[in-house]
Ligand binder design. Structure first.
Ligand code: PRX
Length: 618
């Protein structure tokens, strides 16, 4: 897109956002019934496409089949063994319908919550869409979270059903998922059924010898995924959903202790993810798209599942890590599948860069046209490397800033616009973003401030599950605007550079983790009396975590205790919540009112000036 054209459309979208989004919604999405009103804002609550009726699976599947694209491949799945499974749009719809009917046979209905704890396989996407087909609300929990974290989410959701698989693949090993789920659902009253995908049976269907089927210790609540689908009809009319009916809940860490269940709704999310996917990645009907995220995170929801399917393109999904079994694993896939759009995280790019460019140079990557990044700031040198070695200097680089709460891309340099390495760029169409001070006043170009969004956009979160107060905070932290929690700088051209979190959230490899959540879990260890956690720069992960611990009088500091605490954290939350470093200290710096001064610890750790210490309790 040329700069002038962008500016013209952007101006129109800001002058009359309702007309802009109504035009997009009419042109891009099929509705069962058109909306009565485009937008309604009763501060802080808002609605989009009020009174509209639709089902997102119709737009993702049925309409493409109706338009003659049934035989087009929707997903190509591959993994570290280079197994390859392709599924067409028509086949995917049949699977989704069967799964939807299977859920119905278990008594799941519109509005019920279903939790997914699955590896990145086609069945996970089938399960998500199967829920959506019947109006059940899915909540995907990344299959690296602990039984405790999973249980907490299931309870908050009052979910009836969990869908899982026997194992996931990681660096050549099968990591079992079922024991975690069994521990999570033990004696949970709301939980009725656990649907289990037996992956050895799936592998056997695709030619690998079976390794013995479902584990023995089956409980009565457990149902085999394939058996559930076996006798179901492959037709299922999509449930008629209101624009503002919930589509899914996804948990994310914040600055308070407990993760928040971010609620997204059908209409606005459909429109926004469809349109951002199309524009940001400059899609064509024959585009081959690969987003390396996992549906356990928002990037997977919006840019593996809903956005790409709604646009009717072919996507690659890959179970596993970037550099296993070999450092050129991903390049090989790009070459073999002729990927045009590649969307990944700065952490992954840093990992690839560390292995060296000789690995990309072994492969023909000339199919690539657009390279995306997401999740954390990308260092200019890493941006340059991505551009030069993976993009061969021929690709648009789209550094996309957004959040679980925003549902879709918010700040990005669209393909064709002048690029600035390390700077995300301009607000997307219809988005008014600004950099302000604590009072909400604009800060001058080049100065650091808080990134805010001035008005609701179609895919903005609608609430936090069971916690409307937490939702209100987003719009009240700086009165009247959406508070992103990020620091940013706007330059003289209006380009916005994201600097990182302004709150107590640490970003590790593009994943958010709240310091409060980590500290609570650390203090839950019997040896720990007090804990403070700070981020430190990390060459690969962006940020790493250091924990300062005050031990109880009864505990003795030792290497063995560090190991035990790390193990405890994995069990309490997940591997990403395990501090990289642990230091035992006699006390923590605190204010006179008893608040831990993490900034003092951070400054000391990084050898920076500690700043104003007048409130420190000495
Ligand atoms: O700090 C920003 C960072 O990730 C946070 C959102 O995290 P999450 O909700 O997990 O969603 C990640 C994927 C959309 C933001 O508040 N972040 C995300 N994208 C970027 C980024 N920081 C810098 N540049 C980005 N492109």
């Amino acid at each position: 897109m040329q700069q002038q054209e962008f500016q013209k459309i952007y101006n129109q979208s800001i002058q009359d956002p309702e007309k802009f989004w109504a035009d997009v919604a009419s042109e891009e999405i099929e509705w069962g019934k058109k909306w009565d009103k485009v937008f309604e804002w009763n501060f802080p609550n808002y609605q989009w496409f009020v009174g509209g009726k639709l089902n997102i699976t119709h737009n993702c599947l049925d309409r493409h089949i109706k338009n003659g694209l049934g035989d087009k491949i929707a997903f190509i799945y591959t993994n570290e063994n280079y197994g390859r499974i392709a599924i067409t749009y028509a086949e995917l719809l049949l699977q989704v319908n069967k799964f939807a009917n299977g859920l119905k046979s278990l008594g799941v209905k519109k509005g019920d919550r279903v939790v997914l704890y699955m590896p990145l396989v086609i069945e996970q996407i089938v399960a998500m869409l199967g829920c959506t087909r019947i109006g059940a609300v899915h909540s995907v929990v990344f299959a690296g979270f602990s039984d405790k974290a999973l249980r907490e989410r299931i309870e908050d959701l009052q979910a009836k059903v969990v869908v899982t698989a026997t194992w996931t693949l990681r660096r050549g090993a099968k990591k079992e998922l079922l024991p975690t789920v069994e521990d999570a659902v033990k004696k949970l009253e709301c939980m009725e059924k656990v649907i289990v995908l037996d992956r050895d049976a799936v592998a056997a269907r695709h030619g690998a010898p079976s390794k013995g089927g479902m584990p023995r210790h089956a409980t009565t609540r457990r149902i085999d995924y394939n058996r559930l689908l076996e006798n179901q009809s492959d037709t299922c009319n999509p449930e008629v959903m209101d624009s503002e009916d919930p589509l899914f809940v996804l948990y994310t860490s914040g600055s308070t202790g407990k993760p928040k269940g971010i609620v997204h709704t059908v209409g606005g999310y459909s429109v926004y993810t469809h349109y951002t996917t199309k524009k940001v990645f400059n899609l064509h009907q024959d585009s081959i798209f690969w987003c390396t995220a996992d549906p356990g995170w928002i990037t997977g929801h919006s840019y593996i599942v809903y956005g790409p399917l709604s646009n009717g393109i072919t996507s690659v999904i890959v179970e596993g890590v970037p550099d296993y079994p070999a450092p050129d694993h991903w390049y090989k896939i790009i070459e073999e599948e002729k990927v045009n759009v590649f969307y990944t995280s700065p952490t992954a790019i840093r990992m690839l860069r560390k292995h060296g460019e000789e690995y990309c140079q072994k492969h023909n990557l000339s199919s690539l046209k657009v390279l995306g990044t997401v999740g954390e700031p990308i260092n200019p040198e890493v941006w340059q490397w991505y551009n030069k070695y993976i993009g061969n200097g021929q690709c648009a680089i789209v550094d996309t800033w957004w959040q679980t709460e925003t549902g879709g891309h918010m700040i990005v340099t669209l393909p064709g616009l002048p690029q600035k390495p390390g700077i995300a760029g301009l607000p997307f169409f219809g988005i008014e973003a600004d950099v302000v001070n604590q009072e909400g006043q604009n800060v001058p170009a080049g100065e650091k401030g808080f990134l805010v969004i001035k008005k609701p956009w179609p895919s903005a979160l609608r609430t936090c599950l069971n916690n409307q107060g937490r939702f209100n905070q987003y719009w009240n932290e700086i009165k009247g605007v959406y508070f992103t929690g990020d620091f940013a700088i706007k330059d003289a051209d209006g380009y916005i550079q994201i600097l990182g979190r302004s709150d107590d959230v640490i970003n590790i490899s593009g994943h958010r983790i709240g310091t409060a959540e980590v500290e609570n879990a650390l203090v839950a260890h019997p040896a720990v009396s007090e804990a403070a956690v700070i981020p430190k720069p990390d060459e690969i992960k962006g940020e790493r975590m250091k924990a300062f611990l005050v031990l109880k009088d009864t505990a003795l500091a030792s290497e063995d205790l560090i190991k035990k605490i790390k193990f405890h954290m994995r069990h309490e939350i997940a591997a990403i919540a395990v501090p990289d470093e642990i230091e035992f200290v006699p006390s923590l710096p605190k204010t006179r009112s008893g608040k831990i001064m993490r900034r003092v610890l951070k400054a000391q750790e990084l050898g920076q000036p500690v700043g104003d210490l007048t409130v420190l309790d000495k």
